[in-house]
Each structure stands twice: as structure tokens, then as C-alpha cells.
Write a protein that binds this ligand. Structure first.
Ligand code: 8YV
Length: 321
């Protein structure tokens, strides 16, 4: 590090190991209250620091980007998703933006599998029945769900997380299909069946798992028309971004039986989620915890710090966007 340590704003409480390393190498301003920051907070802080390590919860819109103080040089995100950043506007202001790919793929894939199993095998309803003391019958026709093994799984977005989900799904004996902008190299497909159209991939999706970023093109990817393409009784899982699903259309698909269950770790509105979903035992919900393991939080924090270190050494950080 150079003599004067660069100043870094950390607006959320990251893992202990991350905070310790950050404090060793930088002048850290930490929001110990771990509260959400407004556009005004972000703009005001940009005059006090050279760098920020935000999460997906801090929004760098075009408006915020335009008002940033020129002191701020780099936003080293503690997230792989960067839909909270207007990349073009930040680039226009000369701000470097990085993310944390790879290190959260396995943890997020685990949550996708948990949601898939929980939704298919009626975990919400089962837990409620036992927990409430309301388990008064048992019958072979009681709580019958949809079998995961031997079913077809369609993955939309076959990047790092999608490939980790495919790996796990093969362990369950699922037949993996996928739709992606580009077909994977044969060495990475491991037998997964490529569909060059979303329509084709949805048509075989007994189970559907979404793993693409939220962009203008993917917003509302699953809507009334695309839900209609699924096989009857499909199970829909989303660990990517809430914006990929039209939530009213999902409710309509659950009501009609087109979708038998859903597993969601992300929602259009976060934190909080969609209150209308609470009425449905067929929706297994988690509060955006895909990457929330001790090991992965440390890895995300260290990856963000690696990017900062490279930047302040005068190098191009490996995860520059
Ligand atoms: C995180 C995420 O929970 O990386 C992402 O894009 O959505 C999640 O892994 C979050 O961003 C943590 O900062």
C-alpha cells in the first residue's frame, strides 16, 4: 500500500474477516448500523472517500452517478449482480466498477436446490402442519408432491451459478436442459441439452431455475405468455433477481395449476417481498440468502478487497466491468 491509505466507505456490515482486512489496509468508514443508504447518503459520502464497497442494496442510478464527487474512483461491489449500478453512467463519470463472480456460485446453487426440493415436496405446508400441532392424519394420499429425480430441469442463464446448479441436479438424476445466449463448450455441458430459444427450453421445464442477470431484456422474462409455455404443474425457482418474474403472472399461474409450486429467494420489492405471496403454501420463500454462508461471505469480501488492492496498485482489477 502507498503511504496514505485510501479511504473506503463500507455501507453494510460485511464479514468480520473482511472488515479486519479492510481496516488493516484502508481508512475505513463503516456504517455500523447496517442501515440502507439513500441516494443523498451515497452522494455525500462520495466526497469523503476514494472507494466504496457496497452491496446490491445500495443504488447507483444514473442520477446518483451524475452527482458523485470526482474523489470517488472505484465501486468494488460485494455482489456478483450489478443491476443496482448504472454501469454506463458510472463509466461516463470515470468510476471503475467491479463485482465478485465465481465465489458465490456454489452457495447460491445450494439455495436453488433447497428451493426446488422444498417447493416440489411441499416443505412450507408440511412444516406448518407439524409445527402447529395440526398433524392429525396420515394417509398414502397425504401431502403427495412432485418428484425431482428423473424430471427435466431447465436452467435459464448457464453462467457460473447455472452450471453449479446443473452439477447438483445431475446428482439427483435430473435431465438438464438450458437456454443461454451462447451454447457452452461441449466440455462444460456435461450432457445438458441446449435450446437456442427460450420457448423451446420452457416447453420441457418440469422444473425451471432462473440464473440470468436482471437487465432491460430479461425484466419480466417469466410473464403470462411465458408461463403458458411450461408443462402443466411446473415448479419455478428463482435465486437470481426478482425482476425476472412478473409476480402477478406467477400468482395467476399458481391459481390455474400451470405452476404447481415456486421457490423464491428474491422478489421485485426487497427487503419485504410480495405480501400477496404469503397466502400461498405452494410458494417456498427465503429472504435473499443465496450467498449467505460464512465461507462465501468471506470470499466475497476478500474478492472485493482484491479488486480494490489491484486498483490502488495501479492495475486493472480482475473483475472490472
Ligand atoms: C448478495 C447477490 O446477497 O451477489 C449478488 O448479486 O444478490 C447476493 O449474493 C448480495 O449482493 C450481498 O452483497
Amino acid at each position: 500500500m502507498a503511504n496514505a491509505k485510501p479511504a473506503v466507505w463500507i455501507p453494510r456490515v460485511l464479514s468480520q474477516a473482511t472488515l479486519e482486512r479492510a481496516a488493516r489496509d484502508y481508512e475505513v468508514i463503516l456504517n455500523e448500523a447496517d442501515t440502507l443508504s439513500s441516494a443523498e447518503d451515497i452522494v455525500a459520502m462520495s466526497a469523503r472517500v476514494d472507494a466504496m464497497i457496497p452491496c446490491h442494496s445500495e443504488i447507483f442510478s444514473a442520477d446518483v452517478a451524475a452527482r458523485l464527487d470526482p474523489r470517488l474512483k472505484i465501486i468494488a461491489n460485494h455482489s456478483v449482480g450489478v443491476d443496482h449500478c448504472d454501469l454506463a453512467a458510472l463509466k461516463a463519470r470515470g468510476v471503475t466498477v467491479t463485482n465478485t463472480p465465481d465465489v458465490l456460485s456454489d452457495a447460491t446453487a445450494e439455495i436453488a436446490i433447497l428451493l426446488m426440493l422444498g417447493a416440489a415436496r411441499r416443505a412450507v405446508e408440511g412444516d406448518r402442519i407439524v409445527r402447529s400441532g395440526g398433524w392429525s392424519i396420515w394417509s398414502p394420499s397425504f401431502m403427495v408432491g412432485k418428484q425431482v429425480s428423473g424430471s427435466r430441469l431447465t436452467i435459464v442463464g448457464m453462467g457460473r451459478v447455472g452450471q453449479a446448479v446443473a452439477r447438483n441436479a445431475r446428482g439427483f438424476g435430473m435431465e438438464v436442459h438450458y437456454h443461454n445466449r451462447r451454447r457452452l463448450d461441449a466440455g462444460k455441458e456435461h450432457g445438458a441439452i441446449f435450446h437456442d430459444t427460450l420457448e423451446g427450453a420452457l416447453g420441457v421445464a418440469d422444473f425451471l431455475s432462473l440464473h440470468c442477470p436482471a437487465t432491460a431484456e430479461t425484466k419480466g422474462l417469466m410473464n403470462a405468455e411465458t408461463f403458458a409455455l411450461l408443462p402443466d404443474g411446473a415448479v419455478v425457482v428463482n435465486t437470481a433477481r426478482g425482476a425476472l418474474i412478473d409476480e402477478d403472472a406467477l400468482i395467476a399461474a399458481l391459481e390455474s395449476g400451470k405452476v404447481s409450486a415456486a421457490g423464491l429467494d428474491c422478489f421485485v420489492s426487497e427487503p419485504g417481498g410480495n405480501p400477496a405471496f404469503a397466502a400461498y403454501d405452494t410458494i417456498f420463500m427465503l429472504p435473499h440468502i443465496g450467498s449467505a454462508t460464512v465461507r462465501t461471505r468471506d470470499a466475497m469480501g476478500f474478492r472485493a478487497l482484491d479488486n480494490l488492492d489491484a486498483f490502488f496498485r495501479g492495475e486493472v482489477p480482475r473483475d472490472s466491468l
